[in-house]
Design a protein around this ligand. Structure first.
Ligand code: IPE
Ligand code: IPE
Ligand code: MG
Length: 291
């Protein structure tokens, strides 16, 4: 990607990130809760992690999918925000002492460091549940679309996807795992939620079954590429993450593999009829990202 196109693309990403930041902040400031100090604390805890957003990669992907299909991005915004709520919940729980025991997330104190473990646990539960409420409510005038999106997101977030992947990842920490096993963990733990951004957006935009399948394939490829880029970011010449692909393949081969998977993602986009545009730039941005 040349410098000029990259600058333009970063600007497109920033616009979407700011949009999502606003929508999520507004959602929480308008959310009514039953009176009571305890619940107010829970709401603040949910809000704390949600508004301290990272890249907003998943919602941006949803919006760029709609854009590529020639559909107004507002159509996928509730889905995009719901998936970001689920992503945020997964990070709150992932940082807990019983999981990765991290004190910092995105340069600030983790949720449990501020609100305590019990409230952080509930904040995650609250965000996960709120996500499904948002989807059901936002697409309620088209019950089939709403039901389909709820099902797809539930499968991607639950035991068949992210939660199942987190469980396999925990188990793998005390074992030697091979490349296929690591890839399965990647595809479930991280890939599934990214995959459903592409797949769900195609469903929300009313695409044919065949195109939804291609969008799903594209999302799965980008999801794997996303975690490969993450593995590379977490490793250096002096320290290689245990149970990561760089540990098995080495840094240079993992980078090569990331580029191969990214090529497949470009190819699938072409098959989907998307020959150019921001989604192609998103794939390239991911393989070179620095955070
Ligand atoms: C981090 O996800 C955890 C993984 C699934 C690899 P992101 O890299 O999307 O985190 P934020 O939201 O930008 O902080
Ligand atoms: C984050 O996983 C949580 C999920 C992918 C569900 P990691 O533990 O690999 O990512 P970081 O390093 O905490 O962001
Ligand atoms: Mg972690």
């Amino acid at each position: 990607m040349n410098e000029e196109v990259f600058t333009e693309f970063k600007n497109e990403m920033r616009i979407r990130k700011e949009h999502v930041d606003h929508v999520l902040a507004d959602y929480f400031s308008e959310m009514s809760i039953p009176a009571g100090q305890g619940i107010l604390e829970l709401k603040k805890s949910m809000e704390y992690s949600l508004v301290r957003g990272g890249k907003r990669f998943r919602p941006t992907l949803c919006m760029l999918m709609a854009d590529a299909f020639g559909i107004d991005e507002s159509r996928v915004l509730p889905l995009a925000c719901a998936i970001e709520m689920i992503h945020t919940y997964s990070l709150i729980h992932d940082d807990l002492p019983s999981m990765d025991n991290d004190d910092f997330r995105r340069g600030e104190a983790t949720n449990h460091k501020v609100y305590g473990e019990a409230t952080a646990l509930l904040a995650g539960d609250g965000l996960l549940t709120e996500a499904f409420s948002l989807i059901a409510q936002s697409y309620s005038e088209e019950p089939l679309v709403a039901a389909n999106l709820v099902l797809l997101v539930a499968k991607a977030a639950g035991i068949h996807g992210m939660v199942g992947g987190q469980s396999l990842d925990l188990k793998a920490q005390n074992q030697e795992v091979n490349q296929a096993e690591i890839e399965t963990i990647h595809k479930m733990k991280t890939g599934a939620l990214i995959r459903v951004c592409a797949e769900g957006s195609a469903v929300a935009c009313g695409l044919s079954g065949e195109k939804v399948e291609l969008a799903k394939r594209f999302g799965a490829e980008l999801g794997l590429a996303f975690q490969l880029a993450d593995d590379l970011l977490d490793s250096t010449e002096d320290f290689i993450e245990p149970n990561s692909l760089p540990k098995i393949l080495g840094l240079a081969e993992t980078k090569k593999y990331l580029l191969q998977v990214s090529e497949r993602a470009h190819y699938t986009l072409n098959e989907l009829g998307i020959q150019k545009g921001w989604l192609h730039q998103l794939v390239d941005y991911n393989s070179n990202r620095k955070n």
